[in-house]
Design a protein around this ligand. Structure first.
Ligand SMILES: Cc1ncc(COP(=O)(O)O)c(C=O)c1O
Length: 381
């Protein structure tokens, strides 16, 4: 977000900046969803407090959507509607963790996970994954990191920042390992619909039903329906966990804004045509970005199979002199790219992965080509 702010400030000052830092679709929210929200504004029912756990219709819509998209059968009482999936992440950890509890955190990770774990008094235990496994954590790695304090595994597929998508077999092995060792799994499914090629999304409690009583699923409308600014997410879990998280939420933020809840109902009860259109565009850009990045000497990018991020290694570029400057790490490289090519990327250090950087392909096709071409030219000097 810091790089993004600087890039946006440069753009506002008239500079031609290509910004690869976006964590959100570049499409507007589909019209029927916007219309539902506009109608909701005029309905006085939405001008009042509603239950902190979420509108009954939205909880039911989440139940139906979860059955439709994941084959996971849940009850409405297992759903807590939150201000974006981000609040669900925090509430999941705040509810599960006692001080000193350890959370296994495969790296590279989304920046919010370690911070929310620490806010909840927990201890994030990073497990480094590399590109040779496609950034997939293995059961052996999890087992090596397990201690008597291990309480939770933080799992995400498709992943931000790597775009990794786990196979059914991998998810099954990880889920069984968690069951065997009484470890909770907090599984983030926010990118479930953004998978490409032969990759498929599988929900861990569906693949391993024995996990249901020790699993929290996180999700939301942000990425699927281009609704990042609306702030609607949810968590699904055992009823006692949902009650505890709801208690926390009722004292912190109460109900999510009713107008956006109504918009989310329209999204979830509608069809998936808008996400199909976005997925096709993201897939085209994904393949273009992968091709262009791998053509740059010193840059290596494994194929991302989901979300809308590429996560190339710039290790071979570090230490090289570029326009009289030598970047020793990817933070310095990102600054150099912004200063010298007006291209914004997110340094891997933010995700626990020095030497790498995240480039979002949620931007226009021509802009994408222009940005990577600028980097290629700069690195060829
Ligand atoms: C993996 C992951 N989970 C959750 C979120 C949060 O989504 P929301 O906008 O619903 O809070 C993000 C947003 O970037 C994300 O990348």
């Amino acid at each position: 977000m810091a790089t993004d702010s600087r890039a946006k400030a440069m753009a506002a000052a008239g500079e031609d900046v290509v910004n690869f830092t976006a964590g959100e679709p570049d499409f507007p929210t589909p019209d029927p969803i916007v219309e539902a929200a506009a109608a909701a504004c005029r309905d006085p029912r939405n001008h009042k407090y509603t239950p902190a756990v979420g509108l009954p219709d939205l909880r039911e819509a989440v139940v139906a959507k979860t059955a439709r998209d994941s084959g996971y059968a849940i009850e409405a009482s297992q759903v807590l509607v939150t201000n974006g999936a981000k609040q669900a992440v925090y509430e999941a950890f705040a509810t599960l963790l006692d001080p000193g509890d350890e959370v296994l955190l495969p790296a590279p990770y989304w920046v919010t996970y370690p911070e929310t774990i620490k806010l909840a008094g927990g201890v994030p235990v990073e497990i480094v994954t590399e590109e040779d496994t496609g950034f997939h954590v293995t059961v052996d790695q999890l087992e090596a990191a397990r201690t008597s304090r291990t309480k939770v595994l933080n799992f995400v597929s498709p992943s931000n920042p790597t775009g990794a998508v786990y196979t059914r077999d991998e998810i099954e092995a990880i889920g069984r390992w968690a069951v065997d060792h009484d470890i909770w799994v907090v599984t983030d499914e926010i990118y479930e619909h953004l998978v490409y090629g032969a990759s498929k999304h599988f929900s861990m409690p569906v693949v391993v039903p024995e996990l249901v009583d020790q699993c929290i699923v996180l999700n939301g409308v942000a990425k699927t329906y281009a609704m990042t600014g609306w702030r609607v997410g949810w968590l699904i879990g055992p009823i006692d966990v949902v009650k505890a998280a709801a208690g926390l939420q009722s004292h912190c933020t109460s109900n999510v804004a009713n107008v956006t809840q109504r918009a989310a109902i329209a999204a979830l009860t509608g069809d998936l045509s808008a996400v199909a259109m976005m997925r096709a565009a993201f897939d085209r850009r994904r393949r273009k970005m992968l091709e262009l990045l791998n053509e740059i000497p010193g840059v290596e990018c494994t194929e991302p199979h989901g979300a809308f991020y590429a996560f190339p290694s710039f290790k071979a570029v570090l230490g090289r002199e570029i326009r009289g400057r030598t970047a020793r790490n990817t933070v310095e490289l990102a600054e150099l790219f912004l200063d010298e090519a007006s291209v914004a990327i997110v340094a891997g250090e933010a995700f626990g992965a020095p030497g790498y950087a995240r480039l979002s392909y949620a931007l226009g096709d021509d802009e994408l080509v222009d940005g990577i071409t600028r980097l290629a030219k700069l690195l060829a000097e």
